[in-house]
Write a protein that binds this ligand. Structure first.
Ligand code: FEO
Length: 414
């Protein structure tokens, strides 16, 4: 039982930690690694809930054998068929020839699409919303959670112990490295940024579907949340549910400013830094500044979900938006980011068009986003003529924060 952790009296974490993978989904950097969470129930019947990535199958197999102690595996429940979890299904099929597989209809379809021919040698049990399945003392109720994060996703709720198997929801980048529960880590300090980066980049587009799941979850007496990545939650659940509620409603977590700049020779950077200094000078120090050329886009997306105000500072390039900045704002639109106040700093040595291009993009592609009128236009480098425009942009940001606060207070007092 070297790496196994006990979740409840009958449930064990038997997953894997992966520090070898550099890019999750071959796109998102994971310097702290990632965990693939798999859980094994020992009841009158035994049941394995989800698997791990193919490359980590050895850890799963070892852990399952350690917990089963010679018992046979009766059921394999697949809540989500993305290969970071489903990748080792065939390994389990080969090792446990009598195992019966429980999944959604589309889950089985995707197994076949992926060429998992072994699955067809096993009894298949299709479950859907509202179905229940008893393993003995424990009965799981199945809940469909389409698009959190693929269409076939199921969650299930162990009504006996109040355990929600939440699939990709409530997950995070970061390997567990022994610390399984949220109360064994300093989540706010060490995990929240990676949890936000995971959610916003992977599920961010599907906020309304997450809202549907949160409404279903509100009717359950949940004692444990067992996600497929990251820590298991066993207390203070409201903290994380509230984060998910905000993220999926596209409400900012914090009143503050993310300034993202695209600068070729440091002059647009200087303007971005000048705005940051101005904001701090006037009392708004919740400001982060990112160079879009040197910051992974997943971090830019994460912070754009976090902060209420976003300032895009870009040089003009080919009479258009600097390519890296364009990629960032296109990703914001792809992930459905909305409900933000946007400021613009533009730079051009001749034919400065980037501000108009950004404004046009925001108006057409980002829902419920207001662009502040107080744009700063830089001709190559900041000069004394920019001072009053920089002050105006700073004041416009602070004014809109004040207005948002008043509107919020008014809404709360109703
Ligand atoms: Fe962790 Fe959508 O798979």
């Amino acid at each position: 039982m070297y790496t196994v952790r006990k979740v409840t009296q009958d449930l064990y974490w038997v997953g894997a930690n992966d520090h070898r993978l550099n890019l999750f989904e071959n796109i998102f950097p994971i310097p702290r690694g990632v965990s693939y969470n798999s859980y094994l129930l020992l009841d009158e019947k035994t049941a394995l809930f989800d698997c791990v990535d193919w490359g980590s199958a050895n850890q799963l197999v070892r852990n399952v054998e350690d917990v089963l102690q010679g018992r046979k595996l009766d059921y394999l429940v697949i809540h989500h068929m993305e290969p970071d979890h489903g990748g080792s299904i065939e390994e389990i099929c080969m090792r446990y020839p009598e195992v019966k597989i429980i999944s959604s209809e589309q889950g089985f379809e995707i197994m076949r699409q992926l060429g998992f021919t072994k699955v067809d040698e096993h009894e298949q049990i299709i479950v859907k919303e509202g179905d229940t399945f008893s393993f003995g003392k424990h009965t799981n109720a199945f809940v469909e959670a389409p698009m959190v994060h693929w269409p076939e996703v199921l969650m299930s709720f162990d009504v006996t112990d109040g355990v929600l198997f939440a699939a990709d929801a409530f997950g995070s980048f970061g390997a567990l490295d022994g610390k399984l529960f949220n109360d064994e880590v300093n989540f706010d300090r060490d995990w929240l940024d990676d949890a936000r980066r995971y959610y916003t980049n992977i599920v961010g587009k599907y906020g309304p579907f997450v809202q549907d799941v949160l409404k279903k979850a509100a009717t359950l007496d949940i004692k444990y949340i067992c996600p497929l990545h990251g820590p298991v939650w066993r207390n203070n659940l409201g903290y994380f549910l509230d984060k998910y509620d905000k993220w999926s409603k596209y409400e900012p977590e914090e009143t503050g400013v993310m300034i993202a700049y695209a600068s070729m020779y440091g002059n647009t950077e200087h303007a971005a830094q000048a705005l940051a200094s101005n904001l701090c000078e006037k009392g708004m120090s919740n400001v982060v500044v990112h160079d879009v050329s040197n910051t992974d886009i997943s971090e830019l997306i994460s912070d754009s979900f976090k902060y209420s105000h976003i300032v895009l500072a870009s040089v003009t390039y080919n009479l258009d938006i600097y390519p890296v900045m364009k990629n960032f704002i296109m990703d914001m639109a792809a992930l459905n980011l909305q409900n933000r106040t946007i400021g613009i700093i533009e730079n051009g040595s001749w034919a400065c068009t980037v501000g108009d291009k950004i404004e046009e993009f925001v108006d057409e592609q980002l829902k419920l986003c207001d662009v502040l009128n107080d744009r700063v236009t830089v001709n190559s480098a900041l000069n004394s003529a920019n001072k009053s425009d920089m002050d105006s942009l700073t004041d416009a940001i602070l004014d809109s924060m004040k207005k948002n606060k008043e509107l919020k207070e008014k809404a709360q007092s109703r």
